[in-house]
Design a protein around this ligand. Structure first.
Ligand SMILES: Nc1nc2c(ncn2[C@@H]2O[C@H](COP(=O)(O)OP(=O)(O)O)[C@@H](O)[C@H]2O)c(=O)[nH]1
Ligand SMILES: [Mg+2]
Length: 494
């Protein structure tokens, strides 16, 4: 698997990184080389960029060296060809399928010329009429005119390979499309704007700089460190480490914003679980009935808590049942509780029967991620609940709505949701994995440098490995596998 570096500095040092390929001093030059040789030959790519379904407009995007020529083949003879039109122009035209000569649509075409487009390549955007059939026919005509169907995320992958955006910005495009709450969208917009890339890029540059200095010393000295060198570098490494640790510390928030949290509502039959789900959602999602065992399957709904997406799940009541379907539901509920990020355990505060058993069940639950909701507080309460150390409990009434705000506050507390900080990056699992690798290597380098007569070759190796880890985050160092993993999350057309 070739490893691509977009920095000349990877070739300068005396420490060779095995299996590496240095592609030149200019990031664009390097990526262009990759672009032509490996990923994409000259055939332009095309896809419908808008969501399927009935809509006013459908946009088909064509990108690549021959994109404008594709447009030439789609229009009547008497219309001026896009390939001879200026960048930034648009025009109205009939669209003809070059294979069938049928008139497909009426459209507006927009001409972008490299490098001033999303992908950095010549791009033609065709705005036709929306609708499933209409957009399919338009795309078929574009493919007949010489484009090939784009792979998921291929437009954004080309934008990255052509140096338009770094890898964190490419990922932010996907995060923004997938965002389920305003807060998640805002975090994605900040990343798209480059906040994470700049943060990581600065540490990456410092690490490479120190590494070059160490390698220089290796070439000219017998491993003797000049006066004050170790002290200065120790300071620089401490700053880089604290930046990396701060970024790694945003993982929890990033994870919640991207993946959401699984919140499972559990409890005995008739405790008021489905009523609580409905009360939180503000509509009658789950069937509520005084007959125990009404909810047999698992019901999942999206719910935004402080801008964080929750997967709120109502389950079958936990009890031993003779009914096979209900037993299956109870089994699923137990698995879900195990997997959940949070568990709301509902106990009917008004029921005399089974009161003690219901509280006894709590002992078997993962209390560190459980909120006890004592329900039906609008009815006379049977007895005060026993105290479980460290367990957060709230009193709620699905009927009157009392206690719902306290329940939300308890959930926020357990999920450790902080108030939104617009200027903060929120890293993903991929980022934090690389950050941890970088932190480990940078710490090793710092420890070696603090010892008397350090082995500078080993120090340089650690620094390079730390820089490489950070380089993978922003895409200054990449493999095709890494790009495949990043862009496979995308939809076709982006
Ligand atoms: N008075 C009162 N009754 C409730 C409340 N929550 C649920 N119930 C009733 O308790 C019964 C069982 O409710 P349900 O939500 O289906 O419980 P589940 O089996 O735990 O899902 C139904 O008759 C509900 O109307 C509440 O807050 N107050
Ligand atoms: Mg129910």
């Amino acid at each position: 698997m070739p490893l691509f570096f977009t920095d000349a500095s990877w070739c300068n040092g005396s420490t060779a990184v095995s299996g590496s390929a240095c592609l030149g001093s200019n990031p664009n030059e390097a990526t262009t080389l990759e672009h032509v040789t490996a990923a994409n030959p000259v055939t332009p790519i095309a896809a419908v960029a808008t969501a399927p379904g009935a809509a006013g407009v459908c946009v088909v995007r064509v990108s690549g060296a021959g994109a404008l020529a594709v447009g030439d083949r789609l229009i009547p003879e008497n219309v001026r060809k896009p390939s001879i039109r200026a960048a930034g122009t648009f025009f109205h035209t009939a669209v003809i399928d070059p294979a069938t000569r049928e008139r497909v649509d009426d459209a507006v075409m927009l001409v972008y010329r490299a490098p001033h487009s999303y992908t950095g390549e010549n791009t033609l955007e065709i705005q036709g009429h929306g609708g499933i059939v209409s957009s399919r026919r338009l795309l078929e005509a574009v493919l007949a005119a010489g484009a090939r169907l784009a792979a998921p995320g291929e437009f954004t992958r080309r934008a990255f390979l052509n140096g338009r955006i770094d890898l964190t910005q490419a990922e932010a495009v996907c995060d923004l499309i997938m965002a389920k709450t305003d807060r998640a969208a805002l975090a994605a917009v900040m990343q798209l704007e480059g906040i994470l890339g700049r943060n990581v890029g600065a540490s990456y540059a410092v690490l490479l700089e120190i590494c070059a200095e160490v390698e220089h010393l290796l070439d000219f000295d017998e491993g003797e460190l000049p006066c004050a060198f170790a002290e200065r570098v120790a300071g620089q490494l401490a700053d880089v480490l604290s930046d990396m640790e701060r970024l790694a510390g945003t993982w929890h928030e990033g994870q919640l914003l991207r993946e959401g949290a699984l919140v499972v509502i559990s409890g005995r039959p008739n405790a008021g679980k489905s009523s609580l789900l409905n009360a939180l959602l503000g509509h009658e999602r789950a069937i509520v009935h005084d007959q125990p065992g009404t909810t047999r399957d698992v019901i999942e709904e999206f719910y935004a808590l402080n801008g964080v997406p929750l997967r709120l799940v109502d389950t079958a009541g936990l009890r031993d049942s003779a009914n096979a379907v209900e037993r299956e539901g109870v089994g699923r509920a137990r698995v879900l509780i195990e997997r959940s990020d949070l568990n709301i355990h509902v106990v009917d505060g008004s029921a005399a029967a089974g009161h003690h058993e219901a509280f006894a069940e709590l002992a078997a639950l993962p209390l560190h991620k459980t909120v006890l909701a004592i329900s039906k507080t609008d009815l006379p309460q049977f007895a005060p609940p026993p105290i479980f150390e460290g367990l957060i409990s709230v009193r709620v009434s699905a009927k009157s709505g009392a206690g719902l705000e306290a329940l939300k506050a308890a959930l926020s507390r357990l999920l450790e949701l902080n108030d939104t900080d617009d200027s903060r990056a929120a890293v993903s699992q991929r980022h934090v994995d690389a950050l941890r690798e970088g932190i480990m290597q940078a710490r090793d380098a710092a420890a070696l440098l603090s010892a008397p007569a350090p082995d500078l070759a080993v120090v340089a190796c650690c620094l390079r490995a730390a820089a490489e880890a950070l380089g993978r985050i922003i895409g200054r160092v990449y493999t095709d596998d890494l790009l495949d993993a990043v862009f496979s999350r995308f939809c076709v057309g982006k």
